[in-house]
Structures are given as C-alpha cells and as structure tokens.
Design a protein around this ligand. Structure first.
Ligand code: PMV
Length: 326
C-alpha cells in the first residue's frame, strides 16, 4: 500500500518592511510588498499523512487537538493541495513549534510554510519554490516569506501567480540577531486576518502603501550593503507607520503595552549611545530587537534585567523551508 506521508520544517520570520492589508482577502494578495528575515531556531515541524481510513482531516498542534475555525483553516489549505493532486484523501496533521505556545512569536508563518511543503511532498505534487510560496500565502500571508531562505522580499501583485516571495540575500550574508523581548504571553485580542481587513479604514493606509516602494528599496539597499544605521531608521519608521494605521482604523487596534513603549524609547537611546540595535513590532506587544553583529550580548544583558520583560528569545538568520522525510 502506498504511503502518503511527509515531514517538513520551516522557520518563522520577522518583517523589516511590514505587510498590513490586502487587495484581495481570499487570495491574501497584499496591498504592499514586504521584506523579512527568516528566524533560525524559531520554527515549526509538521507531518502530514493522507489516509484512506479518515472521514475528515484531523490535526494536533503542540499536542493539542485542533477543532472549529483553526481546523477549518488547515483543512481549507489541504484542499488546495488535494485539488492540485486530484485526490480526495483526508489527512492527519501533527505539528510542533520549537518555541512555547503563547510566547507571542507568530507561528502562522512557519506553520503554513511547513504544512505546504509537507502536504505537497506527501501527495507527490512537484512545485517550484515560487509556486510553494504562492501556496503558503493562501494559508497565511507572511508564510509566503518563510518558504525561501535568508533575507526575503514578497512581491505585491494583482494575481495569485505573481505574488510570491524570493530570497535576495542568503542567511549567512549578514549575521544580524533578533532578540525577541517577550512582554506579554496573552493571546492577541484581534488576529492578523481580521486586522488586515480593517487596514483600509484608516486614512493613513493609502499613504503608507503609496510610500512602500521607497521603503522597500531603502531596506533592501541597507541589507545588501550591511548598513545597520540605514536599516535601523527604515525598520523603525515602517513599524511605526503600520501601528499608526492600526491605531487609526475603525475600530482602532492598540497592540502595545506600557513596556512596549518604554522599550521603544530605551532602544532609541541605546542606539544614540552607539549600540547597534533597533526595534520592530508585529500585531502584538512583544518587541523584536534587531542587533548588529557583535552587539547582541550587550542588548541581551540589558533586556534580561529590564522591568516588564518576561523572557528573551534569540534567533539569527534562518534558511529555507525544507523536507525532513518524505
Ligand atoms: O501573515 P499574517 O496574516 O499573520 O500577517 C502578518 C502581519 C504582521 O506580522 C503584523 C506583519 C508582517 O509583515 O509579518
């Protein structure tokens, strides 16, 4: 009897230029392009086994059985792969994150990247990296960026086939460190899927989207030249612009805690004093502190004794999503 089983793993990623808002919610076609770095050691390993004895898809994530909307989202993603393979077999999905649940690190990017690779390999669907990136995007926008390795750009485009992510520098190009300062373990009140749908209700979104090509070019240039000062300025500006849109959408979304804001101020002071560090914040209160090579230890020491910081997670640039067995 043939086995329809494969295991894949993928890194999470942190956006330097953020994705916020779609021009097509169903296809998750982003309003603007984005740039990110894969996070080595913060990721997901997923096994997918298609079986003829299952009547519906089943999934466990970190040992917990998925039900309701979470299971539906996985099932809908598997439907895309089943359609490509001309198959109707249901699947058992087992997924593990190597960072604790509730640590406030986005898991949907690595989860849907790993699921896309495992499911296609299990059903012998051969896709290029570009096609895999488009497929992962349908599950979670930022998952498109976790398919290629290192420093990645995800292109905004009008069609499914054209909106994919690709690497523009390998992981070993620049040994930046992301120190994730965990300031809250609470689940975010408004998830990103819902948040993207609100972006257009902010009058600032149009301006943010129009200016995106300029920020993308500056960010890419800074990464390629390993120019930390230029990177720091554009990364913080971009994060601030996304949060300005969030705070002025209807209803408004406030993700920061008092510690988030205190850290933003401290990090700017530390940089002014000569330490290579800048901040970027996603749809949550935790602060990603990007450190220039050689400055990660001093920043880590300061974060560890910072009031309100519960834990610090460390990651360097990570590689592409890959097959483990299959
Ligand atoms: O992929 P999603 O739908 O979880 O959206 C990610 C949104 C941000 O993390 C806030 C920004 C980004 O580009 O990763």
């Amino acid at each position: 009897m043939p086995t329809w089983k494969a295991t894949a793993c993928s890194c999470s990623n942190i956006a330097f230029i953020k994705y916020w808002g779609n021009i097509d919610e169903r296809l998750r076609l982003p309003a603007n392009g984005s740039i990110s770095m894969n996070l080595d050691g913060l990721g997901t390993e997923t096994t997918v086994e298609f079986r003829d004895d299952l009547e519906c898809d089943v999934a466990t994530v970190d040992g917990q059985e998925m039900t309701g909307a979470a299971l539906d989202r996985i099932s809908r993603h598997l439907d895309h792969v089943r359609a490509m393979a001309g198959q109707s077999l249901r699947a058992a999905v087992t997924s593990r994150n190597n960072f604790p649940a509730g640590a406030g690190i986005a898991s949907s990017a690595s989860a849907f990247a790993a699921l896309s690779v495992a499911a296609t390999v299990a059903l012998n669907v051969v896709l290029s990296e570009r096609q895999l990136s488009c497929l992962a995007r349908l599950g979670s926008g930022s998952a498109a960026r976790s398919i290629p390795g290192g420093f990645v750009e995800w292109h905004a485009a009008a069609t499914h086939e054209e909106s994919f992510a690709e690497s523009f520098a390998p992981a070993d190009h620049w040994l930046l460190t992301d120190l994730v300062a965990i300031v809250s373990r609470a689940h975010k009140s408004t998830g990103s899927t819902e948040g993207h749908a609100l972006a257009a209700t902010s009058i600032f979104q149009e301006t943010r989207v129009k200016d995106a090509p300029r920020r993308l070019a500056l960010c890419k240039q800074a990464v390629l030249a390993c120019d930390f000062d230029q990177l720091a300025e554009i990364v913080e500006l971009d994060s601030n612009m996304m949060h300005a849109v969030m705070m002025t959408s209807q209803p408004p979304l406030f993700y920061w805690s008092p510690t988030t804001l205190a850290l933003m101020r401290s990090i700017r002071q530390w940089r002014a004093s000569g330490i290579g560090v800048c901040y970027t914040i996603d749809a949550g209160a935790n602060v990603h502190c990007l450190c220039a090579p050689g400055d990660e230890q001093v920043v880590s020491d300061r974060l560890s004794s910072y009031e309100g910081v519960l834990e610090v997670r460390r990651a360097g640039p990570g590689g592409p999503a890959r097959v483990v067995t299959g």
